[in-house]
Design a binder for this molecule. Structure first.
Ligand SMILES: *Cc1c(COP(=O)(O)O)cnc(C)c1O
Length: 221
């Protein structure tokens, strides 16, 4: 996987780093442990409950825990103590709850704002128009540190179809940097098994990959 990421970077003429988040959802704890043993430094889960089971059972080397799936307001209390980076903050209500819980936990929670630049009704993520209000709110949340944006493209047989969606996110990401301290806005999380090459071409520096590492998921949990 690292080699494929390096190849995609080379094709895009990039020499900066791209963080691989190995998406372990619907795979057992052993798969996660094996990935870390093979050099993975960050794992991604999309459900708080499933992540918690693995988090509590995990005894391997230190690894970053990333929440990549939709976060319900009533799960924030469980999520904040567990996750290093929450990719999926997409509403005012959710941001306020993360701030409230992080304050109680005495933690500064690192987050990304999830934008939906594909304008799909069914997907999570806020629209580009809602971003300025979220940025303004985040600046008044001392226990939340916004570090960038997350974006998902609709699944398509043709991964190139994702490029305009990723490009819009990259533009928003560049604009966003002006509103925060220098260096704070670092991460553009986009690209999965099917479209990470396109995402890297458009500037992603976090890719979230499950299937290409672990094989197809078994939805029997
Ligand atoms: C499942 C998931 C991924 C990984 O998907 P693959 O196609 O298996 O690589 C990435 N991001 C999010 C938000 C996911 O839910």
């Amino acid at each position: 996987m690292q080699q494929q990421i390096e190849a995609a970077k080379a094709r895009a003429g990039r020499t900066d780093s791209v963080l691989l988040v190995a998406v372990t959802k619907n795979h057992p704890l052993e798969a996660l442990e094996e990935a870390v043993a093979c050099g993975v430094t960050a794992v991604g889960e999309n459900r708080v409950q499933e992540a918690k089971q693995k988090f509590e059972g995990y005894a391997g080397n230190s690894v970053e825990w990333h929440l990549i799936g939709h976060l319900q307001v009533n799960k924030v209390r469980q999520a904040v103590p567990m996750f290093d980076l929450i990719h999926s903050v997409d509403s005012v209500r959710l941001l306020k709850e993360v701030e409230r819980i992080a304050e109680r936990e005495n933690k500064v929670q690192r987050i990304l704002l999830q934008v939906n630049t594909a304008r799909e009704e069914s997907k999570f993520g806020m629209s580009a128009e809602d971003l300025p209000a979220m940025i303004a709110l985040a600046q008044n949340c001392p226990h939340v540190k916004v570090e960038g944006l997350m974006c998902m493209a609709p699944y398509s047989e043709n991964p190139e179809a994702a490029r305009p969606v990723f490009r819009k996110a990259a533009i928003l990401f560049a604009d966003m940097k002006q509103h925060f301290a220098p260096g704070q806005i670092q991460f553009l999380s986009m690209g999965m098994t099917n479209d990470f090459v396109a995402a890297i071409a458009e500037g992603a520096n976090i890719v979230r990959v499950g299937t290409a590492i672990f094989g197809a998921r078994q939805y029997t949990l």
